[in-house]
Write a protein that binds this ligand. Structure first.
Ligand code: UDP
Length: 410
């Protein structure tokens, strides 16, 4: 499999991975998150876990699941970490802690024995308290925009997080004061994933008739879970402004749910209410494995939008840029790492700002092409899974050898 990555990322990149992996072969590593489908974390783990296995790390993926109160609580954590004022009562917090204790009690992966445990986001963060005898290194990997967390909730979560051996955030502004090393590792896409591979022209064209999209008219696309931080309603507002000037434009909002996200339905209802049966707006509810469909939609789009109000990273931005699309993205979080304003797309703060940039690009097809090509190159250089894997391996290596003055790699 590594050879295939060499074709895209280069031989030297893959050779570097082979060197790094040598001292880590046979290591027992466990990833833990809260869903196998929906959202960027699951998307990454579906590719990262088999790749680590293939390299010789004994890697497992565990998922914490719970009752609705657990998800209400963890969605509350998510919203609070991204800055909303959220009040969680004792019922929520005790359900959260109890669900974590239950996973610990039924632990099949024997977390006490694992060499490295990577716990993703707040949902399983409390697990660490059930493993006082743990032998390995535990890492808390935060994927959300934690630049301005709601303090009372962060204080509560921090009590768990401070017990870890290290934390990882996606970008510098998210990192928090913690009594252990804090690392920065940006997410990535897998160029060999069905979502990102080149597609035959017929498959791209097929999405037009399948979803009743007009192939002759410019198409704007946002792919996202139906979550208020993704601002789908703001996208519709921007679209309506654009249509006053460019009447033949059409909008596709494609999304699905995540099993750990209880708010999706309410947000979808808000989207339908705002779209008000406008035939130029296509709201597509896709199953969690519709990777090729999303791939085709991203390729069919003229411009991709990701008008988030907060964003941990925004894999949908990476995916679109990889397909040579300029992205009009919310000026926030991880989008800023990818959308270089005026170069690989535009950063915007309001529907009016988004509309202005959309109009500019639709009126300048040559610039769409130019920015899209730069976008692809930027992702190639910075956000492929090979770089992500290298950083994980380096992190693991340094955690396991941190006390040594000198580390021999080869
Ligand atoms: N995604 C999907 N189907 C959907 C919506 C999103 O497969 O209906 C994928 C999307 O292509 C991307 C990931 O889920 O790979 C979302 O990651 P992102 O970082 O953009 O946002 P998150 O959902 O993690 O906040």
């Amino acid at each position: 499999m590594l050879e295939k990555y060499a074709e895209i990322a280069g031989n030297d990149v893959v050779e570097h991975l082979r060197q790094l992996i040598k001292p880590l072969k046979g290591l027992r590593l466990v990833h833990i998150n809260s869903t196998k489908s929906g959202g960027g974390v699951a998307e990454i783990l579906h590719k990262m876990v088999p790749l680590m296995q293939e390299l010789g790390i004994d890697t497992r993926w565990e998922v914490i699941t719970g009752e609705s109160l657990f998800y209400e609580c963890t969605k509350g954590f998510h919203n609070a970490m991204q800055g909303n004022q959220v009040n969680l009562d004792d019922r929520h917090l005790s359900t959260y802690e109890e669900t974590n204790r239950q996973l610990a009690a039924s632990d099949t992966a024997d977390l006490n024995e694992a060499d490295v445990v990577i716990v993703h986001d707040p949902q399983p963060a409390a697990l660490i308290h059930s493993f006082p005898e743990r032998k390995g290194k535990w890492v808390w990997r935060c994927h959300i925009d934690a630049s301005r967390p709601f303090r009372p909730v962060w204080r509560y979560l921090r009590d768990f997080v401070k017990g870890y051996d290290a934390s990882v955030f996606s970008i510098a502004p998210f990192s928090q004061q913690l009594p252990h090393p804090v690392y920065l590792i940006a997410p990535s896409i897998d160029p060999l994933h069905e979502k990102n591979i080149p597609l035959p022209a017929e498959e791209i064209e097929a999405v037009y008739s399948r979803f009743d999209i007009d192939p002759e008219r410019p198409m704007l696309l946002q792919v996202s879970r139906f979550d208020r931080f993704k601002d789908p309603v703001g996208v519709i507002r921007a679209f309506r402004i654009v249509r006053e000037f460019i009447p033949n434009v059409q909008l596709v909002l494609a999304g699905g749910g995540a099993s750990d996200d209880p708010e999706g339905e309410a947000v979808l209802n808000e989207v339908h209410a705002t779209a008000a049966n406008d035939p130029n707006i296509h709201v597509l509810l896709l199953p969690g494995d519709a990777h090729r469909t999303i791939n085709a939609l991203q390729r069919a789009a003229h411009i991709v939008i990701q008008k988030s109000l907060r964003e941990g990273f925004g894999l949908t931005v990476t995916e679109a840029m990889w397909k040579n699309k300029p992205v009009i993205g919310g000026d926030t979080g991880g989008i800023r790492l990818q959308v270089l304003n005026h170069k690989t797309g535009f950063l915007v703060n309001t529907p009016e700002g988004a509309a202005l940039r959309i109009r500019y690009l639709l009126n300048n097809p040559g610039i769409i092409q130019e920015m899209g090509d730069r976008a692809r190159q930027f992702i190639h250089e910075n956000f492929l899974i090979t770089r992500h894997l290298r950083e994980y391996l380096t992190l693991i290596f340094s955690l396991l050898n941190g006390k040594n003055d000198r580390i021999e790699v080869a």
